[in-house]
Design a protein around this ligand. Sequence first.
Ligand SMILES: [Ca+2]
Ligand SMILES: [Ca+2]
Length: 248
Amino acid sequence: MKYYKFVYYLVLGSGAMRIGLALAVAAATAAVPATAANLITNGDFEAGNTGFTSGYAYSPGGNSTEGQYTVRSNPFPWNSAFVSRGDHTTGTGLMYVGNGAPTLGDIVWQSSTIAIAANTNYFFEAFAMNVCCSFVLPGNSDPNFTFRISLDGGAPTDLATLTIPANQAGTWFGLSTSFNSGTATTVQLSLINANNLRQGNDFAVDDITLSTRSVVNGVPEPSSWAMLLAGFGAVGGLMRRRRTVAAA
Ligand SMILES: [Ca+2]
Ligand SMILES: [Ca+2]
């Protein structure tokens, strides 16, 4: 029902209709979860090198070549050319740090298979940072990630290829994609290297999320209901004040 019609009935409809509508609104509101959970295990990397897989080689002791990654609290000095910065979650937690190789299609990060609801809109998002370099290098390039999903174990679908802006090493950027699950009840998520250069293709990733709410853009899913309720409250308040005035 359209909002203006709703208000029309609320103001001019019968008392029984108003009570019925109020109950309907209350029931619908109760069905909306207060917060939308992140369905990804260890998406904030606070548990360390667990809960995901990678086509890159885990190299916690240091970075000697392209195509290696680690999970740590600072890109520096895993590679002494990388910036010294804190993670995205708290500034003192852990993040994924990778030295991107010039090979298109490498799996930087991949989730396990995640149970989802059918016919639901999901946001697949991550915060990423260009970590190269602590000094300006000629020929620096942007790290690019393709956000890829596989629904119910089917063929991969690329949602978008997003770039972490150049020349802003050490700045976290929110990258946001979304999809509708359709008939699927599971999904596997991947971040794929989409930069065929070596130099400057170096990155940190943190707070990877799969949720019905956008963390990057701050879009709260129950907003429509909250706004409706606020509107009803205002109308109800107006009616009460009018009644009070009339009775006096
Ligand atoms: Ca973190
Ligand atoms: Ca690199």
